[in-house]
Write a protein that binds this ligand. Structure first.
Ligand code: CUA
Length: 336
């Protein structure tokens, strides 16, 4: 049942009610125990106060029942909270198959966004209502954080890696977009709007006001040519580089025996730091493209490589594997 809390921002995504309900539960529990404990402190202080100077305390033998009660009740409460929080967390961090991907680049002090159809915006993002939407995000300089209060989603936007968020807007309107990580002098001005429109209005906006756009995968294909990637990464494995067909989302065996899932993060790293994870059977001969390609162009190259795996590029099938890849790279880093 929808409800609206006072002082809360509008609820405009599929997560809003869940996040608010969980917040309300946490605040409610905290308030309940604060009041209960404060009241008991006062009541006991009055009731059991020392009434004459010669009064001495009596020994109180332990009560197993009392101890079990005050252990089991909080245990049940916190485990319930944990299970609920975990359920919301997993939903928040696992984009569904078929979520439509938009690119977000943070920069001192602006948000640059790009649509899957190629249109670009500055400090704005137009979206159709009801569309599961996935944002693939990175930063050109320092740490920023992408926050849309009405959607109840927030994620850090980090230089040197990709982060994602997803949501389904449920209500047309214009919603605040904030940077919530202090990122320099004009951090407080790094704000914008997410404009949620009916699908018809969105289509009209895309074909009209937004101007023409080249889908990132197509722009990436051109870059792939012009940067000369094609000479080594041909349709079939060559002597110098592996074919990139069907690579996205697959398990890639590395020269050092490790296996990685070829998610966006791995593709990006392989462009900027090609010798970090060399594919088994190949020499570390690829030059780095660090400093030569903007983050926005890397998005396009990644989109192009993804388009070479048609079934994964069509939806978010690799999403779960992205989570797995994050875990794998985290544990790999841990063992190094
Ligand atoms: Cu970007 Cu604060």
């Amino acid at each position: 049942m929808p409800f609206r809390l006072p002082f809360f921002p509008e609820q405009a995504s599929s997560f809003a009610h869940e996040v608010d309900a969980l917040t309300l539960w946490l605040v409610g529990m905290a308030a309940f125990f604060t009041v209960l404990i404060a009241a008991l402190v006062l009541v006991f202080a009055l009731k059991y106060r020392r009434r004459s100077p010669d009064q001495v305390g009596t020994r109180f033998d332990e009560s197993p029942l009392l101890e079990i009660v005050w252990t089991v009740i909080p245990l049940v409460v916190v485990l319930f909270t944990f299970a609920w929080g975990a359920k919301v967390y997993f939903r928040l961090y696992r984009p569904p198959a078929g979520a439509v991907e938009y690119h977000v680049t943070g920069k001192q002090w602006m948000w640059k966004t790009q649509h899957p159809t190629g249109q670009r915006e500055l400090n704005e993002l137009h979206l159709p209502v009801g569309q599961p939407t996935k944002l693939l995000m990175t930063s050109e300089d320092v740490i920023h954080s992408f926050f849309v209060p009405a959607f109840r989603v927030k994620a850090d936007v980090l230089p040197g890696r990709y982060t994602t968020m997803w949501f389904t807007p449920t209500k047309p309107g214009r919603y605040h977009l904030f940077c919530t990580e202090y990122c320099g002098a004009e951090h407080s001005k790094m704000i914008g709007s997410v404009i949620v429109q009916t699908p018809g209005d969105y289509e009209r906006w895309l074909s009209g006001e937004a101007g023409p756009g080249v889908p990132p995968a197509e722009a990436g294909a051109l870059l792939f040519e012009s940067l000369g990637c094609k000479t080594c990464h041909a349709e079939v494995d060559g002597a110098r580089g592996p074919s990139l067909r069907d690579v996205y989302g697959s398990q890639v065996e590395l020269a050092d025996g490790r296996t990685v899932v070829a998610a966006e993060e791995y593709l990006r790293e392989s462009i900027l730091n090609p010798t970090a994870k060399v594919v088994a059977g190949f020499q570390p001969v690829m030059p780095t493209y660090k400093g030569q390609i903007s983050e926005e162009n890397i998005f396009k190259l990644v989109a192009y490589v993804k388009s070479l795996t048609p079934e994964a590029a069509a939806g978010g099938e690799a999403a779960e594997e992205v989570v797995a890849a994050d875990d794998a790279s985290a544990s790999a880093e841990g063992t190094e």
